[in-house]
Design a protein around this ligand. Structure first.
Ligand code: HEM
Length: 143
């Protein structure tokens, strides 16, 4: 049974979804990256890591909601192409690892508020995983 994709009803829907997608990850990755820079001692030194984490948590989640609403809709525009796209596959693997890491090991680290070698390592892994998601997203068009 062939179902019309609402994305095909107007040329404006896809770019509008991309705007929601990019704004979503700008907020999510921006708030997480600020926590990582704080954990690395590279900024926001007057604020406690735990306080920043509490203040940023709703924004991180709001961005993820925007991403997880827009992403699958973008995907639905050409599921066969995207699911076979190596960059997209790499992005999804990084994304699962990054989200699980963020809400387990990373959350424990920011809530402890300690600035140890271990918390610096966690901050570096976090930045690398999210960079992998973005890189995978950008290379979708080149893979
Ligand atoms: C934090 C999570 C995510 C980040 C940081 C992210 C990042 C990106 C980036 C940087 C692009 C390229 C934008 C461009 O070149 O215009 C992109 C495109 C895309 N993303 Fe995501 N994304 C995320 C989650 C998702 C999810 C969960 C899905 C779907 C299940 C998804 C599906 C797509 C699709 C289909 C495109 C391609 C759009 C195109 O062909 O231009 N993304 N994403």
């Amino acid at each position: 049974m062939f179902v019309d994709n609402p994305l095909d009803s107007s040329e404006l829907i896809f770019p509008t979804l991309e705007v929601c997608h990019i704004l979503g990850f700008a907020v999510t990755l921006g708030t997480i990256a600020l926590l990582d820079l704080r954990a690395l001692g590279l900024g926001l030194k007057r604020q406690a890591l735990g306080d920043l984490a509490r203040d940023f948590a709703p924004w991180t989640l709001a961005g993820l909601v925007s991403i997880f609403l827009s992403g699958p809709m973008l995907f639905s525009s050409d599921p066969d192409m995207y699911s076979l796209n190596r960059a997209f596959q790499f992005k999804m693997v990084c994304l699962v690892l990054a989200v699980v890491f963020n809400y387990t090991v990373h959350r424990k680290m920011v809530q402890s508020g300690k600035s140890t070698a271990w918390s610096k390592l966690i901050a570096c892994v976090s930045l690398l995983l999210w960079a992998g998601v973005v890189g995978g997203g950008i290379f979708i068009g080149f893979a």
